[in-house]
Design a protein around this ligand. Structure first.
Ligand code: SF4
Length: 295
């Protein structure tokens, strides 16, 4: 099988930094135990399991405060997705040793929202309900940051403030957000638009739409919890017009998918460990193309 290895793909610098920070903490005997991570360090269960193997306990669930309630001592690591100031204050009040692995690109959005609200803006934040990143950003200025996922959500807003700004989650796609932002501009023509989709997400999406013209099928390696992996599947299907599948690892691959195909492209989400994608590529390269099954 001919395999197009889409580049760039896989781990971004924010994910690498967060995982290395957690590993350093786990290996430091002077760090207070137990060590908990408040949510998945990044949205990939292989990455989470590699930390669990070092003795780190991952608490999983959507609301960070509820997770924090389960920790009474030791060290807590805040994930790459960021947390609200209320979480930081509550963790410090418990006397926990706090390690902040928030990606600098997420921190940039927190700082932007703080600055906008201090200038009198109401912020419409385009993001995914239930994802930890919006929870942290909204927590910077509760009541002044309004989460919307769809144009219908925009219609439900009743903002009367003269100053309106738009910010976005880092791992969306520009195609995804365009229609919602257009709708915001229709409703609030004065809105100042900031697009916070991070460079790593954007360049992986660009690569996935521009390097697949010769592919019969595109495989995206990533966890089903990973927003940026799911967006890669979406942009390949909707923008490049190619069939795409999200797979967790080689174990998900069905050789029957490739009957009659000669070229497959592979990319991976920015939270997918390199070795998981490498194994997928190796398996595909070893596959003999088969003729299409007769009907
Ligand atoms: S995807 Fe973007 S925001 Fe998320 S960790 Fe990577 S660089 Fe940071």
């Amino acid at each position: 099988m001919r395999v197009i290895k889409i580049s760039p793909r896989g781990y971004c610098y924010g994910v690498v930094d967060a995982i290395q920070m957690a590993k350093r903490v786990a290996r430091d005997p002077n760090v207070p135990r137990p060590i908990h991570v408040l949510g998945q360090i990044v949205h990939n269960h292989h990455a989470v399991e590699s930390l669990n193997a070092l003795g780190i306990v991952t608490l999983d669930g959507s609301a960070r405060m509820a997770l924090l309630d389960r920790i009474s001592e030791g060290t807590v690591i805040f994930t790459a997705h960021g947390v609200s100031p209320a979480i930081k204050t509550a963790a410090a009040a418990k006397g926990l040793n706090c390690i902040d692995a928030t990606c600098p690109d997420v921190t940039k959005t927190h700082d932007l929202v703080i600055s906008l609200v201090s200038q009198g803006y109401e912020v419409i934040y385009v993001g995914k309900t239930g994802h930890p990143e919006p929870e942290g950003v909204i927590g910077e200025a509760p009541g002044h940051v309004h989460l919307v996922e769809t144009s219908d959500d925009v219609d439900k807003l009743k903002l009367t403030a003269p100053l309106i700004a738009v910010a976005t989650q880092t791992t969306l796609s520009r195609w995804d957000t365009a229609s919602v932002i257009d709708h915001i501009k229709d409703r609030y023509p004065q809105a100042v638009v900031n697009n916070d989709i991070c460079h790593a997400t954007h360049e992986r999406q660009e690569a996935a739409t521009t390097q697949v013209s010769e592919a019969d099928l595109v495989l995206v390696v990533g966890d089903e919890r990973s927003n940026n992996s799911k967006r890669l599947v979406q942009v390949v299907q909707e923008i490049a017009g190619k069939p795409a599948r999200l797979i967790d690892s080689v174990d998900d691959i069905d050789p029957a998918w490739f009957n009659g195909l000669s070229t497959v492209a592979v990319t991976s989400g920015s939270s997918t460990p390199t070795e998981i994608t490498r194994a997928v590529i190796q398996l595909l390269e070893a596959l003999e193309p088969l003729p299409a099954a007769a009907n």
